[in-house]
Design a binder for this molecule. Structure first.
Ligand code: MG
Length: 400
């Protein structure tokens, strides 16, 4: 990199055009939130690149969860979040003001939409080079459709020369002092209608240059965008693995059991170091098996007092996060519970919902079946219960 560069990632929007309840940048895209994918893409572009996210104060927990998926060397380059403002323009300005408070402000700042997860390292490096050369530059792609200018009645006023048009994306790239001053000037004048940072620089009287964008670098906005982005990402996860897990716990006196993350009243309880949730333990081993990463006892040794009485959701979540760190997703989880009692049927849907929530996948990707042991063996004698589990995991191709 020719100069010290910093990326502001703007992720403070409340946009819900993409459907569902969460702000779109926190919605899941092939197993990982949109913002987690964007951060990973940016931090992968160059080992010296630093990133400051601009988020809404309500999203602090969601953001921490997303950032938790980054590996340690990436997290070191992820600076503390800045809270955004009422508009995108305000959010960018607040982010720039936060960078101005650093001991050493960056030479170059890139400003990137949190909802553009397909930004490539090449595009980031082109942006930095363009800012170094021009002080204000935006990535643009040739327009392939013919663009008509129309009046309020829908009548065509003219046909624009598409040779002269570019569809502009992010990351937009600027000399830091230039764009900071331009944003301050626009805010002071009450101009908050500028739809990109290039327009803010233009408003302040600077020449803004266009460098080559990337048609893959789309902004995810509508439900259709999510669907096509998901299809594209799944196509990059062709290494399909099946993992298997098995667990047993014995009964003792008690008044409830934990199964699949659900507390079920029963005249016995299961013994164990943790909450003895035989279903979540079998699932945890199935997920770990699919990625060849030891078993539950390796990661959470029963000899460690730390895990006494622990909720087993923690174990499954950890295994799922290991899949995320490998760039993969969990496609499906399936359990068979073997016991004479309690009855599983009445709790099946609650268990599916709990497991789906822990794993961050849709409930239609979780199966729960139950059978008795026909009064045979230790299960038949009601000495304990067992669970068998399968997990299907999709990983990228690669030596890992
Ligand atoms: Mg166990």
């Amino acid at each position: 990199m020719p100069a010290s560069s910093h990326v502001l990632v703007v992720a403070a929007g409340r946009g819900s055009r993409a459907g569902a309840g969460l702000p779109k940048q926190f919605r899941t895209l092939a197993g990982q939130s949109l913002i987690a994918r964007t951060l990973h893409a940016l931090l992968s572009a160059h080992q010296d690149l630093r990133v400051t996210p601009v988020i809404h104060p309500d999203d602090t927990d969601l953001f921490s969860e997303a950032a938790g998926l980054l590996d340690a060397t990436m997290r070191e380059r992820l600076h503390a979040s800045v809270f955004g403002g009422a508009s995108r323009q305000d959010s960018v300005r607040l982010g720039l003001e936060a960078l101005a408070l650093h001991d050493v402000a960056p030479d170059i700042v890139l400003i990137h939409d949190g909802a553009r997860p397909f930004v490539s390292p090449e595009l980031v490096l082109r942006a930095i080079a363009a800012a170094d050369r021009h002080q204000a530059a935006v990535p643009g792609c040739a327009v392939t459709d013919t663009i008509k200018q129309i009046g309020s009645d829908g009548a065509v006023l003219g046909t624009l020369d598409r040779q002269q048009l570019r569809a502009v994306q992010t990351p937009q790239a600027f000399a830091f002092p230039l764009i900071l001053a331009a944003h301050r000037q626009a805010a002071k004048a009450g101009r908050n209608d500028l739809t990109d940072d290039g327009a803010v620089a233009e408003y302040a009287g600077h020449s803004v240059y266009v460098f080559e964008g990337d048609v893959i670098n789309v902004k995810i906005t509508t439900p259709m965008d999510f669907m096509s982005a998901e299809a594209r990402l799944l196509a990059t996860l062709p290494d399909i693995r099946i993992g298997q897990g098995y667990d047993v716990h014995s009964f003792t006196d008690g008044d409830h059991v934990w199964l699949g993350g659900v507390r079920i009243p029963h005249d016995r309880k299961l013994t164990g170091h943790s909450d003895a949730d035989v279903v979540l333990h079998a699932l945890t081993d199935a997920v770990l098996g699919a990625i060849g990463d030891g078993d539950i006892g390796v990661h959470f040794p029963p000899s460690d007092e730390k895990w006494r009485g622990a909720r087993s959701a923690l174990f499954l979540k950890d295994a799922i996060d290991r899949v995320g760190k490998r760039g993969g997703v969990v496609a499906h989880l399936d359990v068979t519970i073997v016991c004479e009692a309690p009855k599983i049927g009445p709790h099946r849907e609650a268990m599916r919902a709990a497991i789906a929530a822990i794993a961050g996948i849709g409930i239609d990707r979780v199966g729960i079946k139950a059978t008795t042991s026909e009064l045979m063996g230790f299960v038949g004698r009601r000495e304990g219960m067992a669970a068998w589990a399968l997990a299907t995991v999709r990983l990228p191709l690669g030596p890992t």
